[in-house]
Design a protein around this ligand. Structure first.
Ligand code: SF4
Ligand code: SF4
Ligand code: FES
Length: 269
């Protein structure tokens, strides 16, 4: 609930994201609305050493502990596409980069990946993919649904490039192999934390649209295979009965700074 309130008030949700916020404010020449802890971070930022990175081929000096997203904004760019949650959840900030002396193209989420000296990067705002249109009531939770909706799955050459590309650390190749077997539960499970950044399908030599296969499996699982959850029913009833209303109202009435302090002082979520 605290996290939800924080999001509603537009608060960043991790310390390093605060640094991004501070850097943006600093760029704008203001410390308005900063808490004491944020001012400390601002002071630290001012003392940071800078490194050189290359954004779309142009050199910039940025703080050495910035995320790629923070560095792009520190460099003076306004990100109007390729950013959403800033917390590693929405998948909007897919980025490719190379490091000096390394021939490999690396992949990452700009909001979660720290810059490195000499990094050369570009953001990928969108990976085109054809989404299958289906009526879930007319599909069966087995391999026939995969064959019909995403036949490209069977082109997989088991190169594992998708797994190596995944910033979520998912075993992407394994869930594509599970899709080939029609093991819908395994696809759902292995792809559960997919943020649909598209980096796997960008790199796949067989041009498979992995995240869309995962979404199909989740829908099939939810429609046909899931078990009833007594715990969920209890929690939904508590919400309906207003058990959390007072706490939620309290959080929503707090100032941005107080809510920020409460959020960062929490033990865990
Ligand atoms: S499975 Fe693909 S789309 Fe999903 S998070 Fe991993 S790389 Fe991104
Ligand atoms: S990148 Fe494509 S071809 Fe290679 S293992 Fe992954 S799904 Fe298969
Ligand atoms: S902005 Fe949402 S994952 Fe990076």
């Amino acid at each position: 609930m605290l996290a939800l309130a924080a999001v509603r008030l537009g608060l960043p949700m991790r310390d390093k994201i605060i640094k991004v916020f501070i850097m943006t404010s600093e760029t704008a020449g203001t410390t308005k609305n900063l808490s004491a802890s944020q001012v400390d971070v601002k002071r630290n930022v001012a003392e940071q050493s800078l490194i050189t990175i290359y954004i779309m081929g142009k050199a910039y000096e940025v703080p050495d502990d910035a995320t790629i997203m923070g560095a792009i904004e520190y460099a003076g760019h306004q990100i109007i596409r390729g950013a959403g949650c800033r917390e590693g959840y929405c998948g909007a900030c897919a980025t490719i980069y190379r490091l000096p002396g390394d021939y490999k193209i690396q992949t990452g989420l700009a909001c979660m990946t720290l810059v490195e000296e000499g990094m050369s990067l570009a953001q990928i705002p969108y990976v085109p993919a054809e989404k299958a249109i289906y009526d879930i009531e007319k599909l069966k939770p087995n391999v026939s649904a995969i064959q019909e909706m995403y036949p490209t799955v069977f082109r997989c050459v088991a190169c594992n490039t998708c797994t190596k590309s995944c910033p979520q650390g998912l075993q992407v190749m394994d869930y594509i192999q599970a899709a080939k077997r029609g093991d819908i539960a395994a696809v759902m499970d292995l792809s559960f934390d997919c943020v649909v950044c598209g980096l796997c399908m960008l790199r796949c030599p067989a041009e498979i649209t992995q995240p869309l296969v995962g979404i199909l499996a989740k829908r099939l699982y939810g429609r046909y295979l899931r078990q009833d959850s007594p715990e969920l029913a209890v929690r939904v009833k508590a919400v309906e009965d207003g058990v959390y209303n007072a706490e939620y109202a309290e959080l929503m009435s707090m100032s941005r700074e107080d809510l920020s302090d409460r959020y960062y002082a929490r033990d865990s979520e």
